[in-house]
Design a protein around this ligand. Structure first.
Ligand code: SF4
Length: 363
């Protein structure tokens, strides 16, 4: 491979030029690109839009499991036998109380996730009511992840003040049928376009480690750039015994940093989020992920346990970054709103599954 001049690549990226597929793939694969040089280069791009700030997102499994879809990486799909705590939609009171907990635990954005193919018209109305109530009560940005949506439903949610809609592409169009057969890549693109047309910010990401070639990750990054995704959660496949897709492939800590850095180069102004697998796959290199990425999830990932909140906040502060919150970093590190007891996030090489206490602290 011809050596990459990272300084020149940073400069052209900051001048608005797109990075080529070849260079993006080289970032993922070229062992001659030293990892510290790469994350430092990605940091130069991150710093222009985001400074040293870190936005914290907290997920709420508002409806968990019982999904008729067959996404092979997901613990909630019809083919999964992972022993998760299944329940249909939480009550409004429970969701609102959990919004309060999320706010007081330092969340910048509260993400409500509903399992299933997509919301009915009735559920969309309920979601819109919840979005209004949360926005009235707390200074939180609100995101909803509820499956496939059309323009009418997107319009209803937009009118309620929804800030963002999450719907991940997960993998490339070419490989989509290998990870899911009950809906298509195009269905997902259509949902994202409906959100965009109705003025809702787009949050859409990927899952690395499903056996995809590096070129697939580049294709997703470029597609999200062309769609104008404001937010990109970068997930690393978590190994759950009982899922179709159990064992992550090729996810060394260094490769995870390369993936995050490549997404930063391709999508220089997007919010790049360290999502599922942060603790599991980055391990001792986790703080370096803050150089390309400017946000992360706290308290785990849907049904996967995550590190204790105060340990994550301490990591952010120790690395010299600044938490975006109404609460001080010291207060967040010391806070007692939610359990801070460190729990294992993996056991015997498998991801630890959340308990009902993790999932429903306000029930
Ligand atoms: S990713 Fe969403 S649509 Fe797919 S199985 Fe899981 S909950 Fe269902």
């Amino acid at each position: 491979m011809t050596p990459i001049n990272l300084d020149a690549l940073v400069s052209s990226t900051l001048h608005g030029e797109s990075i080529s597929d070849a260079h993006a793939e080289q970032i993922l694969l070229d062992p001659d690109i030293e990892i510290l040089d790469l994350v430092n280069a990605a940091f130069h791009i991150r710093r222009v839009r985001w400074g040293k700030t870190v936005q914290v997102h907290i997920l709420n499994n508002a409806a968990n499991g019982k999904c008729p879809e067959d996404c092979s990486y997901c613990t909630q799909g019809k083919k999964s036998s992972v022993p998760i705590e299944e329940y249909s939609m939480k009550t409004s009171d429970e969701i609102l109380e959990e919004a309060r907990l999320a706010y007081e635990n330092g969340a910048f954005r509260y993400c409500m996730v509903f399992s299933g193919r997509g919301p009915s018209a009735q559920r969309t109305t309920e979601l819109a009511r919840l979005v209004r109530q949360i926005k009235e009560k707390y200074p939180l940005e609100v995101c909803v992840s509820a499956g496939l949506l059309d323009d009418d439903k997107a319009e209803t949610l937009a009118a309620a003040g929804l800030d963002r809609l999450n719907h991940n592409l997960n993998t490339s169009e070419e490989h989509y049928a290998e990870i899911c057969t009950t809906h298509t890549y195009q269905d997902r693109i259509n949902t994202l376009r409906a959100a965009k047309r109705n003025g809702i910010e787009m949050c859409s990401g990927l899952i690395a480690g499903m056996g995809e070639p590096a070129s697939d990750l580049v294709e997703i990054a470029q597609t999200l750039r062309s769609l104008g995704a404001e937010s990109i959660p970068v997930n690393f496949l978590l190994p759950f015994e009982g899922n179709d897709l159990v064992d992550p492939i090729g996810l060394t800590p260094e490769y995870c940093l390369r993936v995050l850095s490549m997404f930063r180069f391709v999508n220089p102004t997007a919010e790049i989020r360290i999502a599922a697998g942060r603790e599991f796959h980055l391990r001792s290199l986790e703080p370096l992920a803050l150089y390309p990425a400017n946000s992360l999830f706290l308290e785990g990932y849907l049904n996967a346990k995550g590190a204790a909140s105060n340990r994550t906040y301490q990591m952010i502060v120790d690395a010299g970054f600044e938490i975006v919150s109404d609460f001080s970093a010291a207060a967040l590190i010391d806070q007692t709103v939610l359990p801070n007891v460190e729990q294992p996030v993996h056991v015997a090489g498998r991801s630890a599954v959340k308990t009902l206490d993790d999932l429903r602290p306000a029930r």
